[in-house]
Design a protein around this ligand. Structure first.
Ligand code: 13P
Length: 250
């Protein structure tokens, strides 16, 4: 079944104590509330175990923001999917545009990351999206089609475990959100691409999040669109006051 999800991506922000107090604050704020979406927080690796141990993980899922493309061994500085799962985290954000652009992640590195995440019981939140020049040249559909292909080696069953996050790079951290109509247009396109590959039922069940300057003001319009199933939120996930109204936008 398709799920609504509001996920925070803290990126490289917060000390351990700041992150813990943010997570606990959110946990407190959600107590006793009936939510119309699942809530996820994507924290730095160093914070995962402590956060997972100090919140109600049935209410708030914990996500890592990356994982290694190797299972284990002599890969100094890397963190494996198995290690992430052992912290109590249940999700991993993969292929974020910052990692694609700044750390040169490509299909070659992303495919094993997705596979290892799934093998370790983590839900990948797989990010796709075009840069400004691609949007201006009308290439955005082709760009996401190509990025989606990295998932298409998966069996239909495994594809069913993936969450997609469409994040137009020009809208990330810029205050320039895609309009709800632009988001709906491309989300519907992504769903058609999935339907073409795996059939309409799999496509209909797939959760597709929007990300890029989503906030309390624009969240309602975005999630009201039939193919927008929630959001991946950067800046506005760093305070409970800003994140909570987005969760309540459904
Ligand atoms: P902002 O919400 O800060 O634009 O970031 C979006 C994002 O990159 C989430 O992964």
């Amino acid at each position: 079944m398709r799920k609504n999800i509001i996920a925070g991506n803290w990126k490289m922000n917060t000390s351990l104590s700041e992150g813990l107090s943010l997570a606990k604050g959110l946990n407190e704020a959600l107590k006793g509330k009936t939510l119309k979406c699942d809530v996820v927080i994507g924290a730095p690796f160093t914070h995962l175990a402590s956060i997972a141990a100090s919140i109600d993980t049935n209410k708030i899922g914990v996500a890592a923001q990356n994982c290694a493309n190797k299972a284990q061994g002599a890969f100094t500085g890397e963190v494996s999917a198995a290690m992430i799962a052992s912290t109590g985290a249940r999700y991993v954000i993969l292929g974020h545009s910052e990692r694609r652009q700044l750390y040169h992640e490509t299909s070659e590195t992303l495919k094993p990351k997705v596979r290892l995440a799934l093998e370790n019981g983590l839900t990948p939140i797989f990010c796709i999206g075009e840069v400004l020049s691609e949007r201006e040249n009308g290439m955005h559909f082709q760009v996401v089609d190509k990025q989606m292909e990295d998932l298409f080696d998966l069996s239909s069953e495994d594809f069913g475990k993936i969450v997609i996050a469409y994040e137009p790079v020009w809208a990330i951290g810029t205050g320039k959100t895609a309009t709800a109509e632009q988001a709906q247009e491309i989300h519907a396109h992504i769903r058609r691409v999935i339907a073409h590959k795996y059939g309409p039922e799999r496509a209909n069940d797939c959760t597709i999040l929007y990300g890029g300057s989503m906030n309390a003001e624009n969240a309602k319009d975005l999630v009201a669109k039939p193919d927008v199933d929630g959001g991946l939120i950067g800046g506005a996930s760093l305070s409970v006051e800003k994140f909570l109204p987005i969760i309540e936008a459904f």
